[in-house]
Ligand binder design. Structure first.
Ligand code: ZN
Length: 483
């Protein structure tokens, strides 16, 4: 069945209103999502953002669009350098410093990709590592210098925010409060200290560096996404997304860099997901409520119940994660899966007291329209799921009285398949194997590329436990079959 292409609307942080997404190329959505800084395990607050973006992407796909998705891997940044250089002697070579950095980032890139695979997040089409795009970053900074938007101070290069009239447009900053001429070297800072920000950092002792026109140094965090986004998705894109914590300074600075260079609007839709509380409190290690995915699976939490618990809340509302919420998610999934099983089987002739029958196919159409109306309205998942549960109640009651026909059951199964394509939580058995296996193979490839043999073996064992046999092909790619 060919699906009709549906238009979706999303809240755009730039004008602060819900607007239809009209792709630059009809039927093809370009999407950039800010990826992880790979120096540690992602916590469930981070994972909420990636799950929201997967929902966004899968909704466009299910709505009949193609999606070109780029997610960067930040593999050079302040915290990475802090955590990777400690064990090295003061006179370590630059090569040794890069190696130590790559060992840390390679390991956590593989772990991150595994976590996404476990959560059935579709891999991005482009997964660029920042360190592979240093020449593009340098060229972008040079272009900003040529336009008078960047200046050098003691071997570092800074962005001159007073040079861009619309600086502050995304975070809705008050331009009066900005401090002319002050500058900040840190990648992260608060909005009450809006200043010129760093594009290129001169190397301090004990840090890995690259050669540049300004001497030895390394890129600032913000320039990474501008350079990779423009290189891989072009001079304009449809959607750029991240958590709300990235609105300022990261995305504001990305706009400054890219639009300062291009001279026109870069991103049509800025889409941000809200953060997450745990049992009503901000997650912190000292409160003992700080969870990675592995912490939760070790407690016996089903990752797909976690996926559902997160995605069944609206992405623009603060999510209060709780174990009670997880149990509710498990129960909701049981209900949908049991209904799916019932529709897969043959119905018994109804034995209950006769009531006036509804038309199951008309009821199904209503549910489908209600589902899509909710999803098209800024991904309103609570309402979309309510449409599914109303259908389940109605058809279960109907089936009790007079069994649905095979044709009606197949039509219902088609709808469950269509919606599962977004939520990935009530699959036909083994239907989701492909994307999970592909994602794990990608994680193993990343681990091997970073010489993280133990991690690569762990992924291989995980695939083995799933009954997957890997086959190294002549062209260097890896194939697989169910053993
Ligand atoms: Zn970014």
């Amino acid at each position: 069945m060919k699906l009709k292409r549906r238009t979706l609307s999303l809240f755009n942080t730039l004008p602060r209103r819900v607007e239809p997404v009209v792709p630059l190329v009809e039927g093809q959505v370009s999407l950039y999502t800010c990826g992880p800084t790979v120096y540690n395990y992602a916590h469930i607050g981070n994972l909420r953002t990636f799950l929201f973006q997967d929902l966004l992407k899968r909704t466009f796909l299910a709505a009949g669009h193609q999606v070109r998705h780029c997610m960067n891997i930040t593999d050079v940044e302040d915290k990475i350098i802090r955590d990777s250089q400690g064990g090295l002697p003061a006179d370590a070579s630059n090569e040794a410093r890069h190696e130590a950095m790559t060992a840390l980032t390679g390991r956590f890139t593989a772990i991150f990709l595994e976590d996404l695979a476990t959560l059935r997040v579709l891999p991005a089409d482009f997964l660029p590592r920042a360190t592979a795009y240093i020449p593009q970053m340098i060229r972008l900074i040079q272009a900003l210098e040529a336009k008078g938007l960047a200046y050098v101070r003691e071997g570092s290069v800074y962005y001159r925010i007073s040079g861009l009239p619309h600086y502050g447009c995304l975070a809705h900053l008050d331009r009066e409060g900005m401090q002319a001429g002050a500058s900040v070297d840190a990648d992260e800072y608060e909005r009450d200290s809006v200043t010129d920000f760093v594009l290129w950092k001169s190397a301090k002792p004990g840090e890995p560096w690259w050669d540049s026109p300004w001497g030895q140094g390394r890129p600032g965090w913000h320039i990474e996404c501008s350079a990779m986004g423009m290189e891989l998705l072009g001079e304009r894109m449809d959607i750029h997304s991240g958590g709300v914590d990235l609105i300022f300074p990261h995305h504001e600075n990305e706009i400054a860099q890219s639009e300062g260079c291009l001279g026109h609007q870069w991103v049509n839709h800025w889409v941000h997901g809200e953060f997450l509380l745990v049992e009503g409190q901000k997650m912190s290690k000292s409160l003992g409520n700080f969870f990675t995915l592995r912490d939760l699976t070790a407690k016996g939490v089903d990752p797909i119940a976690l996926r559902y618990a997160i995605q069944s809340n609206h992405y623009r509302k603060v999510l209060n994660f709780s174990f009670e919420g997880l149990r509710a998610a498990e129960n909701a999934l049981k209900r949908i899966r049991a209904f799916r099983k019932r529709m897969e089987g043959e119905g018994q002739a109804g034995s209950g007291p006769w009531k006036e029958a509804i038309d199951p196919l008309a009821r199904l159409d209503q549910a489908r329209e209600a589902f899509w109306a909710a999803m098209a309205d800024d991904l309103n998942t609570p309402e979309a799921l309510a449409a599914i549960f109303t259908l389940i109640s109605d058809l279960n009651a109907q089936d009790d009285h007079c069994a649905l026909t095979r044709e009606e059951r197949d039509a219902v199964l088609g709808f469950l398949e269509e919606t599962n394509g977004i939520f990935m939580a009530w699959p036909r058995e083994e239907a989701d194997l492909d994307s999970e296996v592909e994602a794990l193979i990608e994680a193993r490839r990343a681990a091997k590329a970073a010489k993280q043999w133990a991690e690569a073996d762990r992924v291989r064992d995980q695939l083995k436990a799933m009954g997957i046999v890997l086959e190294d092909r002549k062209d260097g790619t890896v194939g697989w079959r169910k053993g």
